[in-house]
Design a protein. Sequence first.
Length: 155
Amino acid sequence: MSTPRRRTTTRIEVSSDRGVFMISVAAELADMHPQTLRMYEQRGLIEPKRSPKGTRLYSHQDVERLRRIQQMTAELGLNLAGVEKVLELESQLERTRKRVAALERRRDELQEEIADLEGRREQVRADLVRYEAGTGAELVRAKDIQPFTIPIDRR
């Protein structure tokens, strides 16, 4: 009696920007002709990775971008110049969003720093007292003043 084989499945996670599809597969996934992908590459709309032997390798992100281009040309009626402009504006918008997020994080850090400094200022202000010694009033820290006694004359 033989023991039954146990079937195992191995799952491999692939980064969405890693080139894994050859041009024929990417074209099929994006529902377009491979020559169209070559034309889009020449126009700079898509930039596939290359294997060590120079074969074009398209990533999941590339395929999604190809589908977007297909949607803009087929459904929205944009020409390739319009697609280029839309993609450029989207890229610029994404950079601006990242910059705004970074500025908001910095603003929050600075607000925390200001609150900390305000607290320290109030603490220092509470520690300062007017001390009159000889020539005039001076501001000194309360902990630096030596205690003294005032003689009271009780007659």
